[in-house]
Every structure is written in structure tokens, then in C-alpha cells.
Design a protein around this ligand. Structure first.
Ligand SMILES: [Zn+2]
Length: 316
């Protein structure tokens, strides 16, 4: 339930406004961006799930193969997934054959419901530990969190987790295209996969890389996240689609890695000098001028320092 505590500020805000029943068919339309010859992404708004953003805040993407469409992370709800499908149909009439989910956080995968509503035969894939955690209760928790923070907008969404596990370094040929899996350990969530669409030279990073916004780190580690960034930066793909924020080239990966590494190294130094986490903030923030304008920076940086201290003390 750690992630619930993390979203508490948003939940409290949401409860101040009157309840409105969510009978909407889909979230409001967001444009498709063409990333590569056959790859498209919808860049969701930055922020926590809310009434205003209808709970939609990730970057759903898809790759059109010869035989059908491969979707990555169809959003946070039935309503978000339906919006994705509506936009998809403006560029292809092919069915969705496969879905990859990057990790257990519900803002990325609860939209699976919309995919199987429209394409019941679609194959849903994810990290084996994601599948386990959803089935152990994370799915129900995320449904409740989305319902509450959107005041019922996402109601009707069902948990439709992946049931086909994929592991590190595996490759799948789908519709003549190659999808390569990177499953970093202890990175953003302990349930992470990153998906390379090889012929498209695109990597979907999940929340192991964010751009212009700061990640929640409660379910992951700094050290593991830095390793994950290094691993996919070395691939030298042309395009990287982050879990949140704008798509870019390898510089978004190295930029995010720099945030993590600078924060973690500075906290390590301060820790060695005997400082407590609340005494470190000014020094850490001063080392991160390029990130101070990033979404959530002010909200998250103190929290990240505390988590980095915990990680050091746990010897993770
Ligand atoms: Zn996440």
C-alpha cells in the first residue's frame, strides 16, 4: 500500500470536490504522435491521477506490424484505453494482437480492459512479478485508487492483468517485427520490463526513464534505476519513449540518469558526513539546477532523499 500513501495529497484534494458519477465512455482526446515509421505514442499530461486529468497521465504507445498492432501500456482505465483505440483507428484498421505492460503501477496497465473488450484474443504480456503482484491484490488497490482520485470517472474498469510472462533478454517475432525485452532488477518497481521495437529503433522504457517529471521511487531503488538507464542507453536506439513526459533521443535517458546519480551520490556523501536526511535538502537541490523546473521536483525531492538514505542503510 506504499503507493497509496504516496498519492494521499491528490486523494485529499479530490475529496474536497463534490462527487460526480463517472459514466463517460472515454477520457478526452489526446493527439497521436508518430515516433517512427510504424510507431505512435499518445503523450499523457503530467501529474497525479485527478478529476481534472480523468486519471490519465502515462504515455500509451503502439507499433503497427504486418499482422496487427502491438500496444505498450494502454493507460490507466477502460476509458483511457478506449481513447487510445479511437486514436489508433485513425491510422490503422488492423486488430490489436499483443499488449506489453511495463510494470505493476495501474496508471500504465488498467487500460488493458479496453483492449480485451475490443480484441478478446489479444495476448497480454508482462514481468512475472507484475503478474504475481496484480493477482495478489495490487490490481484491486489500483482500481480503488483510480476510482477515488477521479471521483468515479474510471468506474467500470476491471483488472485485466497480463497472463503471459516475459523475461530479460527474450525476443519475440510478432508480425515480422522483433520485440526485445530488458527486465532490469530493482529498478523503478521490481516488476519492470522495457521493450525495444528493434526495426523501429524505439525503446519503451516504462517509468525507468522519465522526462521533465520526477518518478515515484517508493517501489524501486536508485542503484537499480541507474543500471537500467545505462543498459538501454548503450543500445543507442534512435527514440526513447519514457513512462511520462516527452519522447526523445538517448539524451533523455542520460538526463534522467544524471538526476538519479547526482542525487544518490550527494546523499551518499552527506550521509558519510553524518547528516540526517532533512539536513541534506539544500545541498542536494543545489546540485540539481537542471531539474528544479521538472514536474513534481519540489514534491518529490525530499522524499527521494529519504528513500536514498533508506537504500544506503539497507545496503541495497
Ligand atoms: Zn510507475
Amino acid at each position: 500500500m506504499k503507493f497509496l500513501a504516496h498519492f494521499l495529497p491528490a486523494l485529499l484534494l479530490a475529496t474536497l470536490t463534490p462527487f460526480s458519477a463517472g459514466a463517460a465512455e472515454q477520457v478526452r482526446d489526446y493527439p497521436l504522435s508518430k515516433i517512427s515509421a510504424n510507431t505512435y505514442v499518445i503523450h499523457g499530461p503530467l501529474g497525479y491521477p485527478s478529476v481534472e486529468n480523468q486519471g490519465f497521465m502515462n504515455n500509451p504507445g503502439f507499433v503497427i506490424t504486418r499482422d496487427g498492432v502491438v500496444v505498450i501500456d494502454p493507460g490507466s482505465s477502460l476509458q483511457a484505453g478506449r481513447m487510445l483505440l479511437k486514436q489508433m483507428r485513425t491510422v490503422t484498421k488492423l486488430p490489436v494482437t499483443h499488449v506489453f505492460n511495463t510494470h505493476v503501477h495501474g496508471d500504465h496497465w488498467l487500460g488493458n480492459h479496453a483492449i480485451i473488450e475490443a480484441y478478446p484474443k489479444a495476448i497480454l504480456m508482462g514481468h512475472p512479478d507484475m503478474i504475481r503482484k496484480v493477482n495478489e491484490g495490487a490490481g484491486v488497490e489500483w482500481l480503488a485508487l483510480m476510482d477515488k482520485s477521479t471521483e468515479g470517472f474510471t468506474r467500470g474498469t476491471r483488472s485485466a492483468p497480463p497472463d503471459v510472462p516475459v523475461i530479460d533478454s527474450s525476443e519475440q517475432k510478432i508480425g515480422g517485427m522483433t520485440f526485445r525485452i530488458y527486465a532490469p532488477e530493482k529498478a523503478h518497481s521490481h516488476t519492470d520490463i522495457m521493450i525495444e521495437a528493434v526495426e523501429e529503433s524505439v525503446i519503451f522504457t516504462g517509468d525507468n526513464v522519465l522526462n521533465k517529471t520526477i518518478a515515484r521511487m517508493v517501489d524501486g531503488t536508485f542503484a537499480g534505476s541507474i543500471v537500467a538507464c545505462d543498459k538501454i542507453a548503450a543500445v543507442k536506439a534512435r527514440h526513447y519513449v519514457p513512462g511520462h513526459g516527452p519522447t526523445g533521443n538517448v539524451k533523455i535517458v542520460t538526463g534522467y540518469r544524471n538526476y538519479l546519480a547526482t542525487l544518490f551520490a550527494t546523499v551518499n556523501q552527506q550521509y558519510d558526513q553524518g547528516k540526517a536526511d532533512y539536513e541534506m535538502k539544500a545541498t542536494v537541490v543545489a546540485k540539481l539546477p537542471a531539474y528544479q523546473k521538472w514536474n513534481r521536483f519540489e514534491l518529490e525531492v525530499g522524499h527521494h532523499i529519504s528513500l536514498a538514505v533508506q537504500e544506503i542503510e539497507a545496503g541495497m
